[in-house]
Design a binder for this molecule. Structure first.
Ligand code: ATP
Length: 317
């Protein structure tokens, strides 16, 4: 499945190969000595889009990002980025960037780090870097080791955006950022992506905060993909139904659900599928409450079913 593509033809970094398969991951596994970090991970990223890689702590997001960026290897399966394995492949690595929250930098001043990044990334935009430097109030002459945690994070974001890499991987890039700075990041990411569509993967556990940005959502849980769907298909695709248990049972009968809990005579179920006017009328008649399930909650529900044999896809929603 591919991320939604903008309707206009991509320009800039995506070039004429904008719709080619950029990332192809098939049956990827990663075993550490006593732990399986990734298991049978399979997905593609084709044209431009912003993919949210969502999962709890330890789900395997960083491991997957590092493998995509050639900084780590899989122990099973296959990873191709721009048609070739990324590890030790300069031609592929020049076309991508990984920004991590715990990025370490050599002992440099901010402006030196930006100059070094400009040399590495062929689509680097100096004007954007300067604009972002000002927006995040980063002093260009300050040594990186003297920056605060939030300032170091901002530097990673500036490098990640100004690089305009064809494949941009942001691994939870907002550690230490306050809510104002995070909003700035989301706004700038969206503005720059709109002007220069490219493939962006953003790992996060603040899904609802970033939900508006996302074209596609991939949920990892215990190293497996448990949900892979276009974000538009997830909006309004599931509903929490609560009220008298008999009414809830009648309402959800014959429909797919993601779980049901009972408390005395009351029940609560998460139902997959869009509701129409008749459903809403029936819910009123049965005195049930209906609430949209956000993407964050859907991810939690998907992860609560680790025995599922295949990821939930748009088809199931
Ligand atoms: N070098 C390593 N050796 C052993 N186990 C590792 C190693 N790196 C990661 N793991 C394990 O693999 C699992 C996945 O880790 P990973 O860092 O990919 O998760 P994550 O989804 O990025 O988590 P978080 O949101 O907390 O950053 C974890 O159980 C972690 O302990």
């Amino acid at each position: 499945m591919t991320a939604a593509s903008p309707s206009t033809a991509p320009t800039g970094p995506t070039g004429s190969a904008g719709s080619a398969i950029a990332v192809s991951v098939a049956g990827l596994g990663r075993d550490y000595r006593d732990h399986r970090a990734l298991s049978d991970v399979t997905f593609d990223i084709a044209g431009p889009g912003i993919t949210g890689l969502v999962g709890r702590n330890g789900a395997g997001k960083t491991t997957l990002m590092r493998i995509l960026a050639g900084q780590e290897f899989g122990t099973a399966g296959r990873v191709h980025v721009f048609g070739a394995p990324p590890r030790e492949n300069d031609a592929v690595l020049r076309r991508m960037i990984l920004v991590r929250e715990d990025q370490t930098y050599p002992d440099l001043k901010v402006r030196h780090a930006l100059a070094a990044a400009a040399l590495l990334h062929p689509h680097w935009d100096d004007a954007l870097a300067a604009e972002l430097l000002e927006a995040y109030e980063l002093p260009p002459d300050r040594p990186i080791k003297k920056l605060s945690r939030g300032m170091r994070t901002a530097l990673g974001i500036i490098v990640g955006l100004a690089a305009r890499a064809e494949l941009t991987l942001f691994d939870e890039p907002y550690a230490g950022l306050d809510a104002v700075a995070r909003t700035l990041f989301y706004d700038q990411l969206l503005a720059d992506y709109t002007a220069h569509p490219r493939r962006i993967v953003l790992s996060t556990h603040l899904v609802d905060e970033a939900a508006e940005l996302l074209d596609r959502v991939l949920v990892l849980d215990h190293g497996r993909i448990v949900l892979d769907a276009p974000a538009d298909d997830l909006r309004g695709a599931a509903t929490t139904v609560s009220g008298p248990a008999a009414g809830v049972d009648r309402f959800v009968a014959g429909r797919p659900t993601l779980g049901r809990t009972t408390l005395g005579a009351q029940a609560r179920a998460v139902m997959i599928g869009r509701l129409d006017a008749r459903d809403r009328e029936l819910a009123g008649h049965l005195r049930l409450r209906l609430e949209d399930v956000g993407i964050q909650q859907l991810a939690v529900h998907a992860a609560a079913h680790p025995d599922r044999t295949a990821p939930i896809t748009a088809r199931a929603l």
